[in-house]
Design a protein. Structure first.
Length: 214
């Protein structure tokens, strides 16, 4: 069958003129290509914008949960935009549209993984759990080795009130001849420099611990 006859036959089936019928395959391709190109352009603009926002958030407090949550939100949007660009390129090149939902699922899984870590951290603070940066045994050993005059360290209690706000209380038993003021100053310095504990309450004991004598 000659091309003109093919167009005429197709036109008869779809009730179009031969000229209109010849353009139908192009009409099927153009909307898809236009949508993919438009989506890729919008996604590229979004990527540039979100990279700038992320750069600003990187200058903030890295331990602050609110800043961390904002960074996670921006990263999620950024990954979504990158996935949209990749999907648009694949669709334009191959016409394989399932790439779009597949990349969306992948981005969602990455976001869930990061969000879970943030949820665990916020839950630990809500429950006033001890921060991961403070190990009671390591802290005890550091005070015994770094602070002259300390005979024993016990009753260590550490918890978090907010991100970057660690509270700590403990008892310091002094050895013979130790000066309480110097021991307290040196112990506070060790807690601040080695464990990032700015607010602490230390009980100085020259004899037996009153809590153990009950």
């Amino acid at each position: 069958m000659v091309p003109g006859a093919i167009a005429a036959t197709w036109a008869a089936r779809v009730r179009k003129t031969p000229a209109e019928a010849a353009l139908l395959p192009l009409g099927f391709w153009l909307p898809r290509a236009y949508a993919a190109a438009t989506g890729a352009t919008a996604a590229l603009f979004a990527v540039l914008t979100k990279v700038g926002v992320y750069a600003i958030l990187r200058r903030g407090d890295q331990d602050n949960l609110n800043v961390s949550a904002a960074r996670l939100h921006v990263i999620g949007d950024l990954l979504g935009s990158v996935a949209a660009i990749i999907a648009a390129v694949v669709i334009l090149a191959t016409g394989w549209t399932p790439i779009d939902p597949l990349l969306s699922v992948l981005v969602a899984l990455l976001i869930v993984r990061s969000a879970w870590a943030l949820l665990v951290k916020s839950t630990r603070i809500l429950m006033e759990d001890a921060p991961e940066s403070v190990d009671p045994e390591v802290l005890r050993g550091s005070l015994l080795s770094s602070v002259p005059g300390v005979r024993d360290v016990h009753h260590i209690h550490c918890w978090s009130l907010a991100s970057g706000q660690t509270m700590l209380t403990l008892h310091l038993a002094l050895g013979p001849g130790a000066e309480a003021t110097s021991v307290l100053r040196d112990a506070k310095r060790v807690l601040t420099e080695q464990f990032d504990v700015v607010h602490s309450t230390l009980q100085i004991e020259h004899a037996e611990c009153p809590d153990d004598a009950r």
